[in-house]
Design a protein around this ligand. Structure first.
Ligand code: SF4
Ligand code: SF4
Length: 172
């Protein structure tokens, strides 16, 4: 199982600090300079506001990533840590955007590229010493959490045991 950033809608306060931190983590300029140059603001995490819920949506680094399967030029691959996009190969066809079951994929301009739209999504802030920037800045404890493979296995194991007990008692 892959490591990914998990959000808890119950704890998200919709402040959008994660979106800003994500953009800052993926650009060379500082934010003021980027604003002056009118560079695209393209966070790889998106806060969705609905009547009853506010939730961050971001890539789950799928094991058998549908986005990678449909890419006609092999621009999306799993590199052993995360599902990554080669923006040199991507030509913005949007097949991955249509295939992603959680709506995490986006296609549009990003800071480091030219004007051509390319696919972009959470890369777990690859190379950033302190890990994903969104998790570092989130002011609401537990709203964003890094889930490792071991933690996921533990959670799955607990749920299976709980389900087994429920089934056993239901059948008595
Ligand atoms: S972009 Fe979507 S389909 Fe691709 S790995 Fe992330 S969650 Fe999975
Ligand atoms: S982990 Fe990094 S790339 Fe992913 S949403 Fe958070 S800040 Fe953005």
């Amino acid at each position: 199982m892959h490591t990914f950033v998990l959000s808890d809608p119950e704890r998200c306060i919709g402040c959008r600090s994660c979106e800003i931190a994500c953009v800052a983590a993926h650009m060379d300029e500082d934010m003021v300079e980027a604003g002056n140059k009118k560079l695209a603001f393209s966070p790889r995490i998106k806060i969705i506001h609905e009547a009853q819920v506010t939730a961050p949506i971001q890539c789950r680094q799928c094991e058998d990533a549908p986005c990678a399967s449909v890419c006609p030029v092999g621009a999306i691959i799993y590199d052993g840590t995360a599902v990554r996009i080669n923006t040199e190969l991507c030509f913005g066809c949007k097949a991955c955007l249509a295939a992603c079951p959680v709506g995490a994929m986006q296609v549009g301009r990003i800071h480091e590229s030219s004007d051509a739209p390319v696919a972009h999504k959470c890369d777990l802030c690859s190379g950033r010493e302190d890990g994903p920037a969104c998790v570092s800045v989130c002011p609401s404890p537990g709203a964003l959490k890094i889930l490792t493979s071991d933690e996921l296995k533990l959670i799955a194991g607990k749920r299976r045991r709980k389900s087994a007990l429920q089934l056993a008692f239901e059948n008595k």
